[in-house]
Design a protein around this ligand. Sequence first.
Ligand SMILES: NC(=O)c1ccc[n+]([C@@H]2O[C@H](COP(=O)([O-])OP(=O)(O)OC[C@H]3O[C@@H](n4cnc5c(N)ncnc54)[C@H](OP(=O)(O)O)[C@@H]3O)[C@@H](O)[C@H]2O)c1
Length: 351
Amino acid sequence: MDVISDSLWGKLAIAGLVLLLSVSAFALTMGVFPSKNHMPVEGKTVLITGASEGLGRSVARQMAAKGANVILVSRSAAKLESALAEVRAAARDPQAQRFHYLTADVSRPDYAVPLLAEAVAWNGGRAPDVVWCVAGVSTPALWIETPLAATRSQMDVNFWGSAELAHAALRLWCGPGAAAADEPPRHLVFTSSVVAFFPVVGYGPYTPAKGALRALADTLVQEVELYPQKVRVHVVYPGSISSPGFEIENRTKPEITKIIEDGDPVQTPDDVAALAIAGLERGYYSVTVAFLGHAMRWSALGGAPRNSWLVDTIMSCLVPLAWIFILPDIFAKIRNYAKKHGHPATYQNKN
Ligand SMILES: NC(=O)c1ccc[n+]([C@@H]2O[C@H](COP(=O)([O-])OP(=O)(O)OC[C@H]3O[C@@H](n4cnc5c(N)ncnc54)[C@H](OP(=O)(O)O)[C@@H]3O)[C@@H](O)[C@H]2O)c1
């Protein structure tokens, strides 16, 4: 009897410990405890692509509210004019802060060097302190049923659009005659997606670009250590954002993708921007903005630098247990859908 009750107490103690560790991990990740600001932007210049709407526009507004000078970039001057007015109105110190927009199509090869040259000229000869690549596009579709051109064009915007700017910015920041080693760090921020941790059927033309961005950032975060200048690389991994882009992507999203995503949280661009900035201010390398995103990150950490050794190590051991239940459920949904709807070529929305 004593043996049974001892083992029961042992199990309860282990369960309690696991619960305590999970709660502490969650509290640490959500920034419940105060920490130093690792990305102060007051008086700094921040360049943001995709800043005319959605997440980029919210980031631009919130950076202005924190005292940054902001350069907004996208293709449409009309949308940028309206975003610029909104960003200007959010300024913490309208007398001291400056705002500007530049038009560029980030899918064009070699767009970034002249864009940064214009930004430097506007910024009094100084390179921007923060470069945040937000511009992106997602047109969900079944990969086999869709021409390959869709994957190529989403790669052009999502991967190459960010890679070109990252390459130009890092050369500007890290060249032999560039910033001195004792200057405050520059920050390069990529915007990927949680699909880089867990790809979902229907995002075939999009996921490779966001996965490639993750791979590039995981490499660059090592490479910048070779340079005397201080450069911090970060990646933001949003889930669903209720942006204009999300409305457009829902028009072509295959039904099976909607079934699998059913119930996933959808966050506003303002919320995602605020949570992403909070993660960057805490000094995180990989920034997720919802519990589902944190869980996906913990289940796919790979060789990425840890935000917290303790939290990430504990959660990366616990979270994969959830896959025992989640993966069979996802595959069952896909197989049931296949049984009910026949060959994908016959779907009404073949996307
Ligand atoms: N929405 C989501 O559910 C979701 C989920 C995960 C990750 N993300 C990622 O988060 C980022 C923002 O998404 P969002 O939904 O907020 O975007 P959005 O509402 O679609 O806005 C996209 C922005 O990018 C600009 N843009 C698009 N193509 C461009 C190009 N070729 N060159 C220059 N600018 C371009 C657009 O402006 P112009 O039209 O003026 O060029 C706009 O400012 C993207 O990288 C997206 O992949 C989004």
